[in-house]
Design a protein around this ligand. Structure first.
Ligand code: MG
Length: 167
């Protein structure tokens, strides 16, 4: 299977991702999904662990922008104390907002990576931009039929990733 939709790297949680790992891969900015990547949908604001992880990244010279398909209200509330560059209604996998985020951070796209939980939005955008897709499993998935259908589409790509990374 081609690289299309196959994550470049999977992590169990975002906390496994360190500034050293990113810099070793030439990544100086994370273009980061919110819902089910950093926090579950029902958490209006990031918890202390997420705030600390973000602070550590930024202290180490890794910039972070929030890129969400969720509403302006959701993103503004979530970002209230983080003060990150943040983009709502992003229409991922559209790449327009990722380009804006890269410019806002002052980090060229080739030094950026996407961090998210969904292959059809986050990983697809990364593939279109030719930058790495770092994927975590959704923190707490919705159980609607629509969401289950989307996850079913992801299964072969996750399997391809696991096959490629077995050895
Ligand atoms: Mg998400």
């Amino acid at each position: 299977m081609e690289k299309f939709l196959v994550p470049d790297r999977m992590f169990d949680t975002v906390f496994e991702i360190t500034p050293d790992f990113l810099k070793a891969h030439g990544v100086f900015a994370l273009l980061c999904d919110i819902d089910n990547t950093l926090s579950p949908y029902e958490d209006a604001v990031p918890d202390a662990a997420v705030c600390n992880w973000i602070a550590k990244m930024r202290e180490s010279g890794v910039e972070i922008a929030l890129i969400s398909n969720n509403s302006e209200a959701r993103v503004a509330t979530y970002n209230k104390d983080l003060h990150l560059a943040a983009f709502a209604d992003a229409h991922k996998p559209s790449v327009t907002v990722y380009r804006q985020a890269s410019a806002a951070l002052g980090v060229p796209l080739k030094k950026c990576a996407v961090l998210g939980d969904q292959l059809l939005t986050d990983a697809l955008a990364a593939w279109r931009l030719k930058i790495p897709a770092f994927i975590v499993p959704p923190i707490k998935d919705k159980t609607t039929l629509f969401f289950r259908a989307k996850r079913a589409v992801e299964v072969p790509f996750i399997r391809a990733y696991k096959r490629q990374n077995q050895r």
